[in-house]
Design a binder for this molecule. Sequence first.
Ligand code: NAD
Length: 507
Amino acid sequence: MTQMQTVEQTLTINHFINGAETSGSGTRTQDVFNPATGAITGELRLANREDLENAVAAAKAASRVWNDISLAKRTAVLFAFRELVAAHTEELAVLVTAEHGKVLADAKGEINRGLEVVEFACGIPQQLKGDYSDQVSTGIDVFSFRQPLGVVAGITPFNFPVMVPLWMAPMAIATGNAFILKPSERDPSASLLLARLWKEAGLPDGVFQVLHGDKETVDGLLTHPDIDGISFVGSTPVARYVHETATAHGKRVQALGGAKNHAIVLPDADLDNAADHLSAAAFGSAGERCMAISVAVAVGAAADLLVDKVTERATAIKVANGMEPDAEMGPIITQASRERIVQIVTEAEKAGAALVVDGRALMVEGHEEGFWVGPTVLDHVKAEMSAYTEEIFGPVLAVVRVDTLEDGIRLINANPYGNGTAIFTSSGAAARLFQRSVTVGMIGINVPLPVPVAYHSFGGWKASFFGDKHIYGPEGVSFYTRGKVVTSRWPEPKQPSGASYNFPSNS
Ligand code: NAD
């Protein structure tokens, strides 16, 4: 046991079922770490079948009540929740940094982006207005409106323990559903604070619940007959599995997967600006963002200069415990993840890539047990190397050199992932060709992390997304609701017209 482990407290992390924290009846637990110190800080309770049944039963009952509550009252809860999350930003961010490792300012950034979705959800009456067609036939009107699915579950990844749950829950709840969150078991504490804030905002018990667990709990949710929809964000193999399993059990599913995001840098780009953005997008949050740029595609003469400029920035990054005010990059989520990253970098070097900046041996003084990898730059990476084919999910930027913009676009389109991509150029024509040709869902033009604002929707293509409807924004509204169309005649005809056995035609 390290010195840090003796001074840090180990907390029990409970579920939040039917309006209250509970340890549940499951006996399995999992350790939660502070990745900056390597210390165990929490003991997470993992749900068993009984806990799952309790949560689903409470959600089912609550969904009926919540769907009957007026839009005015529903939005009042959302507005109150918005204020509470804003007021507790610091507290949420500290929980995120303590279990995820990202620096405190970055943790606050994810909370702010999550808040944007809550704000969009506050305007839900506008989104649910429906359509009305007057007098489609004599005395007959047709109108359509949307209703909630019922009970939906959200299964979320470790890398955004507040933002990703807020991509889902406010939208699901605003549209009248009950929502069960199954957070990542690596950084679960922030989800409990969110649950307390929902309750304080006036949300009825059972409408937002937190059920901790691993594959066993996820499988229970994917197959439960009383769950109507599944929102998933995580790695591609699990996203594919979640989509296949839950759709086979009759559920509506949106499953967002992993990524390998490329940024093309053309020789006409402002290379200092491109290097600033690339460095921030590759090494921010230790590269553990689904929109991180992990491949720089340097076109022609841009390559040598770009590598020099990125190297300058990568070597200047302050890697430290995310709680330190001047920290720019924190640790990796787990020791196993750290070892995997180091192995991929080592393999790339052996396969002929140039290791321009080597972060494998980085150690942070006073944090010798932490899970550290420093910013790493690999040049001359080839498409067959594991550093290119694998989603590394660490602070590693692979530079691939190509001759033309068209070669770069071909490379991106041949990649199985299609989450995000960017281009750095001063040519509008090149940017336009790029935006029209790439088979990727979210595109940045001189913007490295093109995360859509809350009133658009977020989602990738190809192996980065399984389902039809992207997350939050207008597609989120559509995902969490079903359409109904009513054909109505008022008043009823005074004289019975007799039964007609022909298909009804409008007149
Ligand atoms: P993960 O796939 O390991 O875990 C995600 C969730 O699935 C967790 O709640 C976990 O408990 C559960 N899970 C894990 N293995 C499972 C299994 N075999 N069966 C059922 N459930 C299982 O992902 P992670 O490591 O927590 O997060 C990082 C990944 O998420 C990266 O691949 C990243 O690109 C991706 N991600 C994607 C987006 C996006 O918008 N596309 C956003 C954030 C993260």
